[in-house]
Design a protein around this ligand. Structure first.
Ligand code: AMP
Ligand code: MG
Length: 489
């Protein structure tokens, strides 16, 4: 019996011409590596509970009843240069389900073989990058940041070639949708205005139902996408997350973080931090992310121009208004996020500067971004030691702490311990530290999943400090070489 999942495939049904129906490659020896049963429950999947059957499904060998596997087409600006056709070159949307909260979610296989959009690629994924995406996505979710998630990781029994021979694997990814800025760009670049309009109305139906039916809904869509990106990037910045490839094909219209490739979390605070080996110019450096989100948003706006007004000038004006307003929108989101991290309850004009000044205390000091915020709460409990220990010199920290204390004194009354506790609820103690991620991946490569499992259990509760896990809270040793990430998912 084929497993039955209650699929409801709106993309397949509503958007013919936006994809190619396709089948996953058969693989010789699928083995279930990890399965996210908590997420499966959330998705209301009623699946066989033996690992062999799950491996068959999540390798793509078995097509569940009601699935409609398809490869989506999209385009995208990659490092600023436009590629008119990308698309799912190694992924297949197998279908959509409605989760237990009533939200529509995509279930996608990544690494499931060649498709019409593979160009020169083999359509496959290696185990390391699959598990890396699993770790990063689940960590982001636990940090409360909108993200695609990992449902399953399966090895295929194949060996794939990436400068070296590696075990092949498939990741099952769950997303609010896989519609990207690049999806719009594909049709806009071909002058297919009617299709751009259909896609816009589809994402309004799926992600912004409140806008449905409004005459100015496409301008409102642009605004809403801008608002979600502003919020998302502010959240990234708050945890030191560096996406690494903010190409327009890697920006989801839903506002989720998508396509974990060479991403990594920053240890020592430095706005020019770049981990990706292919990001030579530092285009996607930590500090550039808000600017690049705005750049991507402008590319999205260009696609929508014909929908904004019949009058070209008016359309451009409407688009520019939203794009120009993005920095202010972002700054508001960032300041609100920082207010929570600094334990501030009221809103004061000077909060933006206060937060910036705290970051300035960290510059050129090799201060761990995560721990500096985490240990700020300890100061309220009368312990400055842990914070001071992050700094080589506290010359800038001293006056800043005085300003912060004065600001808190003007703030709504809060008992210091409860203020500290609420700060700890937003300043994680655990993030996926680069060296810990690498350690887990190396062990997994050698067939030992123990380190992966411990890491996942630590990252599942990033705000709760637990005994015996101190090493997971620490950055890589200061003398460790520069961390490098690669694209090979
Ligand atoms: P990404 O780096 O994941 O954002 O991918 C950029 C584009 O390259 C997408 O269209 C992918 O589907 C495609 N791609 C990446 N790796 C492969 C591969 N091994 N085989 C085929 N297509 C790929
Ligand atoms: Mg991508």
């Amino acid at each position: 019996m084929k497993p039955a999942i209650p699929f409801d495939n709106s993309y397949a049904q509503k958007l013919p011409g936006f994809y190619t129906d396709w089948q996953a490659a058969q693989v010789p020896d699928p083995k279930l590596i990890r399965f996210n049963s908590e997420l499966a429950k959330e998705l209301r999947l009623d699946l066989p509970d033996d690992e062999a059957s799950l491996a068959e499904i999540f390798s793509g060998n078995t097509v569940p009843q009601g699935a409609n596997p398809l490869a989506q087409v999209y385009a995208g600006h990659q490092f600023g240069g436009f590629s008119p056709q990308l698309g799912d070159g190694r992924a297949l949307l197998i279908g959509e389900v409605i989760d237990s909260s009533g939200n529509r979610r995509d279930i996608q296989l990544k690494g499931s073989g060649r498709t019409p959009y593979s160009r020169g690629g083999d359509g496959k994924a290696a185990l390391g990058p699959v598990l890396r995406e699993y770790i990063m996505g689940e960590a982001m979710h636990a940090l409360g940041i909108p993200t695609t998630r990992a449902l399953a990781a399966v090895t295929t029994g194949e060996t794939i070639y990436r400068e070296e021979l590696l075990p092949g694997a498939v990741l099952t990814r769950v997303a609010a949708s896989h519609v990207r800025v690049g999806t719009f760009q594909y049709f806009a670049a071909r002058g297919e205005e009617e299709k751009v309009a259909r896609l816009a109305d589809y994402v309004i139906w799926r992600h912004f139902p409140d806008l449905g039916g409004q005459a100015d809904r496409h301008a409102a869509l642009l605004q809403q996408v801008a608002a979600r990106q502003a919020k998302l990037i502010a959240r990234w910045m708050g945890v030191g997350f560096i996406h690494g490839v903010m190409n327009t094909d890697n920006m989801a219209i839903s506002g989720e973080t998508i396509d974990y490739g060479p991403c990594a979390f920053m240890d020592y605070y430095a706005p020019d931090t770049v981990f990706s080996s292919i990001d030579q110019g530092g285009r996607y450096a930590y500090g550039n992310q808000p600017l690049l989100a705005q750049w991507n948003l402008a590319r999205f706006a260009e696609c929508l121009l014909p929908l904004l007004s019949d009058d070209k000038e008016r359309a451009v004006e409407t688009a520019m208004q939203v794009i120009d307003q993005f920095p202010a929108l972002y700054r508001e989101e960032w300041t609100a996020m920082m207010r929570a991290k600094l334990g501030l309850l009221d809103i004061e004009e000077g909060d933006f500067a206060l937060a910036q000044d705290f970051l300035a205390t960290m510059e050129n000091q090799k201060v761990d971004f995560t721990l500096a915020f985490r240990h700020l709460a300890d100061v309220l409990r009368g312990n400055r030691q842990a914070l001071d220990a992050q700094y080589q010199a506290t010359t800038l920290l001293e006056p800043w702490l005085a300003k912060w204390q004065a600001r808190i004194a003007r703030d709504a009354a809060a008992e210091p311990h409860s203020r500290a506790a609420s700060m700890e609820g937003v300043n994680p103690v655990y993030i996926p530290r680069n060296h810990k991620v690498e350690e887990a991946l190396a062990a997994a490569h050698a067939g030992d999943m123990a380190a992966f499992d411990v890491l996942m259990s630590v990252l599942a509760h990033p705000f709760e400090e637990k005994a015996g896990l101190a090493e997971y809270a620490k950055p890589a040793p200061r003398d460790a070489g520069r961390y490098r990430t690669f694209c090979g998912t």
